[in-house]
Design a protein around this ligand. Structure first.
Ligand SMILES: Cc1cc2nc3c(=O)[nH]c(=O)nc-3n(C[C@H](O)[C@H](O)[C@H](O)COP(=O)(O)O)c2cc1C
Length: 421
């Protein structure tokens, strides 16, 4: 896709600079040539040597280097590129770009270029939402600078909100879109819609709170070797358990059979059937919040047999009688004195996603429903992304398509806001 394309990657001095290693690797494996310019601050976070080794090109940092200027002047650097990518783009470099400052090689190249610039901002949520940075970003957008991100989520500084650099593959996707002509200023806006204000929570806001998360499918035995199940991967539920633990919660994850690794710092109880899952959930009570993300089989076989069903010559295939499984979400929502303060269900729908989820919230007696589209083309089951709607008593929030990790981080923050309030 990017064969023969020349990217000038400008790395500025933010904590996300380490991600530019992966970005270079991803661009190069798609055939692009990557040349790096780094700021003095960037060299505090990543070494010129690592960028040089990954790009297999020399790295430029010093504007007044006689050697660099004679071999490759600062104007030449941008002339020889098809696209300039600033990743991470610090608040400082965005401010310099907006103001037209040129006091180091990176800012001088950015001022001297007539090529398209794609910026991937990365900074603390307050820095990103500061009126100065927002004005700078708006000025740059108005001048045709493209933006990818920033994403919303947990940040290195224990705050939550927009400011995380877009993931390397998201930046690659933006670059590929630009080369395919699909990406043009000013209409391109890959960033999430920004919330009106940052969600700034105390450090580890869920410390001392207990959370229960269910994840994955259940398996309903037909006989000792056969079962009924579904395509749930457990990726979303496991990500939620991990996100809640990151915020300090004491998390029990009741997991059906999945191949996901156990999230760090989470107590994992493995189960097979819906009956076992319900029992494990009840043992985990009381909790402050329960998130039922598992795809629990609606039905089980009425009479599972202990010996393998045999195919007898000429005999008709066996008929399976199904009976309903326990409704774990409804049971937890009606748990009386043990009812979690917040019960969150998931609704996997293939049609009328939101209206079905609104009805499900009332029917099950839970507080929130996270509704997602699992229809054939959505790629939700087994995929890495999810497009969800959060249904609460107050209304419906449509969240943009994002990784399951990002959905989990955002949901965990919402849960923390609710419980801490
Ligand atoms: C540990 C640490 C992490 C930082 N992370 C960021 C960051 O993620 N984003 C940002 O805009 N600035 C960050 N800064 C501040 C920048 O490094 C500082 O503004 C610097 O002047 C940026 O220079 P540059 O834009 O020329 O690279 C960080 C500073 C420190 C000490």
């Amino acid at each position: 896709m990017l064969t023969g394309k020349r990217i000038l990657l400008i790395v500025s001095g933010g904590i996300a600079a380490f991600k530019c290693h992966d970005l270079i690797r991803r661009l190069r494996e798609r055939g692009a040539a990557v040349r790096c310019v780094m700021t003095e601050a960037a060299a505090k976070f990543v070494t010129p040597l690592s960028l040089q080794a990954l790009s297999e090109d020399r790295v430029y940092a010093d504007m007044f280097s006689l050697t660099d200027e004679s071999e490759m002047g600062h104007i030449e650097l941008s002339r020889e590129a098809d696209l300039l990518v600033v990743a991470p783009a610090t608040a400082d470099i965005l401010a310099k770009m907006a103001a037209g400052l040129a006091d180091d090689l990176a800012s001088t190249v950015l001022l001297a270029t007539d090529k398209t610039v794609l910026a991937a901002p990365a900074m603390n949520v307050r820095m990103w939402l500061h009126a100065a940075t927002q004005a700078n970003a708006a000025t740059l957008r108005g001048r045709g600078v493209l933006f990818v991100g920033p994403n919303e989520g947990a940040m290195a500084c224990n705050e939550y909100g927009p400011g995380r650099m877009a993931e390397p593959l998201e930046i690659v996707a933006a670059i590929e879109s630009w080369f395919m002509g699909k990406l043009a200023a000013p209409d391109f806006h890959m960033a999430l819609p920004q919330p009106p204000e940052a969600i700034i929570l105390p450090h580890r806001p869920l410390l001392g709170r207990r959370a229960l998360v269910t994840s994955g499918p259940t398996r309903e035995a037909i006989d000792p070797v056969r079962y009924i199940s579904n395509h749930s991967s457990g990726r979303q539920g496991h990500a939620i358990a991990a996100a809640l633990a990151t915020l300090g919660a004491d998390v029990t994850l009741v997991a059906g059979p999945v191949s996901q690794a156990d999230p760090v710092g989470v107590r994992v109880v493995r189960v097979d059937s819906a009956d076992q899952m319900l029992e494990a959930c009840q043992v985990a009570l009381p909790v402050d919040v329960a998130v039922c993300a598992a795809a629990v089989a609606d039905w089980k076989v009425a009479r599972a047999v202990n010996a393998k069903l045999k195919k007898a010559p000429g005999a008709a295939p066996p008929v399976l009688e199904l009976v309903p499984n326990p409704d774990i979400l409804a049971t937890l929502s009606a748990a009386g004195i043990n009812r979690p303060r917040l019960v969150v269900g998931f609704a996997a729908e293939t049609e009328d996603v939101v209206s079905n989820a609104v009805a499900k919230r009332t029917r099950k007696g839970c507080d929130w429903i996270v509704a997602n589209d699992v229809s054939a083309g959505s790629g939700t089951f087994g995929g890495t992304d999810n497009t969800v709607h959060l249904v609460t008593a107050e209304g419906v929030e449509d969240w943009p398509k994002q990784s399951k990790d990002a959905v989990a981080a955002r949901l965990a923050v919402r849960i923390a806001q609710h419980l801490v309030a």
